[in-house]
Each structure stands twice: as C-alpha cells, then as structure tokens.
Design a protein around this ligand. Structure first.
Ligand code: COA
Length: 335
C-alpha cells in the first residue's frame, strides 16, 4: 500500500455473469481438428460459455454481474462514484462503460473503459484503489468483462479452444487504513513481445482519389501459444515474489492463489515454482475457459459464494496476457 495513502480499500461484494450457451470440447472438435482429450490434457478446459445471437454484447454481461454484486449488499446504483470496465471486447471503441452506467442507472458515476486484455482486472482494481486511497471517490464498481468469442479465428485450433465469454464485478469502498484489504501490488509491461498475442488493426487504402487515407478494421486474435506459455510460467512467479517481498509476507502465508484462468498447466507450474500447494489454486477454467478480464472476478465470486474463502485469508491475485502485461495484487479477505 502507498505509504502516503490517506485511506484504505475494502471489498463489499462480488458478482458474476456468464452466457447460458455452452460449447463443449466435443462440439469444438466438429469445428476444427481437435479432441476433448487433447484440449483437457493441454489446458484443463472442458467447456466454455458463448454469447450467442446478434443483439447481445459485453454490456449485457457486465450489467448482469454488477447488478448481482449490488443486490448482495442492497446498494443503490446511485451510490457508485466511479465505474471501471476492464474489457478488450467493447461494443463501442469510444468506450462501453458509459452504457453500463446508463443500464445500471448509476447516474452519479463517472465511467471509463480500461483495456489491458487478461491483466485488465488487476490493473482496474489497482487503479480503483488509488482513487479510494487518496480520497477522490468513496465507492467504485470494477468490472472485468469480455466476449472474445466475437474475435476468435474459429479455424485456428491453437487458439479457439482456449477462450470463453463472461463477466465479474466487485464493489470497493474507502475505509480506515486499519481495515484496508488491498495490501499491495506489482505491475509490469513489456511491449517488445506484443505480437505474441494480439488483436491487431489492419489497414486498407481508401479508394477515393482525394483521400490519401488508410482506414482499417480489427482482425481476429493471433497467438504464439508456446511463447505466451513460457512468458507466463517465468514472469508470474517473479511478480508474485516481488509483491510479497515488498509487503513482508512469506509464500507460506498465502492462503489462495487466484491466477488468471488461462491454462491449468500454467497455474500448476506457477504454484510449483513458488512451492505453494496446488490445493491452494482457485480454479474454474474447466467450465469457462479463458474469459480474459472476467476470469479473476469470476473465480473470486464463485469462491466467495461457495464459502471457500474465509475471513483474514491472504489471496494472491495475478493477471497476465496480451501487451504483454502482467501483475499481482495481494488482498486480505475481511468478510
Ligand atoms: N488440437 C489438436 N492438436 C493441436 C491443437 C488442438 N486444439 N492445437 C495445436 N495442436 C497441435 C499442433 O499443431 C502441434 O502439432 P505438430 O506437432 O504436428 O506441429 C502440436 O499440437 C503441439 O502444438 P503446440 O502449439 O506445441 O502445443 P502446446 O503444448 O504448446 O499447447 C497451447 C498449445 C495453446 C495449449 C499452449 O501453448 C498454451 O496454453 N499456451 C498459452 C496460451 C494462453 O494461455 N494464452 C492466453 C494467455 S492470456
């Protein structure tokens, strides 16, 4: 925590939402050449949820997750001062958070998108906690929501097996420093390797003779799976260790490892590198795959709902992905 912080951050409630429609590994094997056995062995994923139909977007999932979190604490949306929507699949490049604000009728809230792919939720929680600690805002809604199914190349078996759609939300509030739950963070970016995982902009020349103008569109996700795998397994443990070290917390004190749900093998390898028991990994990627910015709040909400997390547990949260960007935030559970 920032030594100059005037206030702490507490977590009031969590919520989540996934589409009803399921796509199993066996169904994917009818789209590309793969098998349930291959996908489960290499990733741990059994199925994922997809937002089907043409009139639904990330806004619907984000709103549903937020309403669930609000209803758990009977909070009126008018109490929210700020909404941060972590997403890389907005339905409007100018930002989707304002539409969530309108749907929630959170009319006192400032709202903006934060784009950082699978690290988006970690970066958003850290951003929110700065506003709370310096006293700018009292109540903040942080949402991680993505519908990467709209951007997947469904003929690329190396990537289409991994992703799913979903949303998770968390309500944060400022509190006295002694009740602070966001203990500290450690963030990183290395843009040199951005091409290993991207959803890049493509250009074509506008044919009008008076316009010497290139215009574009976004293509589909491209990924070098091997490089991303190596990056995650080598960098995530280092980020966690740096963060714990700065807080004088030992690895033995970790109660839960809440890592971005990319691949079971990555999660297990990170735990093993840290010498943390794999029983301490919170995981639901078998049901949802990699839901990008939604994956961490989805697991958090599920773990809280099922009573897995107890008061005073130390939870180490790490996000990693496109950018490349990765980082850790350590929280102490209080309810
Ligand atoms: N089904 C069957 N075979 C597949 C396949 C699929 N879905 N995808 C790839 N293969 C094949 C490859 O073509 C290759 O065949 P070849 O040896 O004949 O060339 C073989 O399986 C091995 O491919 P490889 O890419 O080396 O597999 P891998 O063990 O690295 O696993 C991933 C691939 C994608 C599962 C793995 O690299 C991974 O999870 N990386 C991290 C990706 C990630 O998490 N991205 C998001 C981060 S936010």
């Amino acid at each position: 925590m920032n030594l100059l912080a005037m206030q702490g951050t507490k977590i009031l409630a969590t919520g989540s939402a996934v589409p009803d429609s399921t796509l199993s590994n066996n169904q994917i094997s009818k789209i590309v050449q793969t098998s349930d056995e291959w996908i489960v062995t290499r990733t741990g994923i059994k199925e994922r949820r997809l937002l089907i139909g043409n009139n639904k977007s990330v806004i619907d999932l984000a709103t549903e997750a937020s309403l669930q979190a609000l209803s758990k604490i009977s909070m009126d949306a008018l109490e929210i001062d700020l909404i941060i929507l972590a997403t890389s699949s907005p339905n409007d490049l100018f930002g989707s958070a304002s539409q969530v604000q309108a749907k929630l009728k959170a009319l006192n809230a400032v709202a903006f998108d934060l784009t950082a792919a699978c690290s988006g939720f970690v970066l958003s929680i850290v951003t929110a906690s700065q506003f709370l600690q310096n006293g700018s805002y009292k109540t903040i809604l942080v949402i991680g929501a993505d519908v990467l199914s709209k951007w997947i190349n469904w003929s690329d078996r190396g990537s289409c097996i991994l992703f799913g759609d979903g949303a998770g939300a968390i309500i944060l509030q400022s509190c006295s420093i002694k009740d602070n739950q966001i203990l500290g963070f450690q963030l990183n970016t290395n843009g040199k390797y951005h091409e290993h995982l991207s959803l890049s902009y493509k250009e074509y020349k506008n044919p009008h003779p008076l316009l010497n103008l290139y215009q574009g569109y976004f293509d589909s996700i491209t990924m070098n799976g091997k490089e991303i795998y190596k990056f995650a397994v080598s960098q995530v443990p280092l980020s966690i260790l740096k963060c714990l070290d700065s807080l004088n917390i030992t690895v033995d004190e970790i109660d839960w490892l809440l890592l971005h749900q990319a691949n079971k093998r990555i999660l297990t390898a990170v735990a093993e590198k840290l010498s943390v028991s794999t029983d301490k990994i919170l995981m639901n990627l078998n049901k949802y795959g990699n839901t990008s910015a939604a994956s961490i709040p989805l697991v958090l909400d599920e773990s809280v709902t099922y009573g897995k997390i107890s008061k005073n547990d130390i939870i180490v949260i790490s996000g990693f992905g496109a950018g490349l960007t990765w980082g850790t935030v350590v929280i102490k559970w209080k309810y």
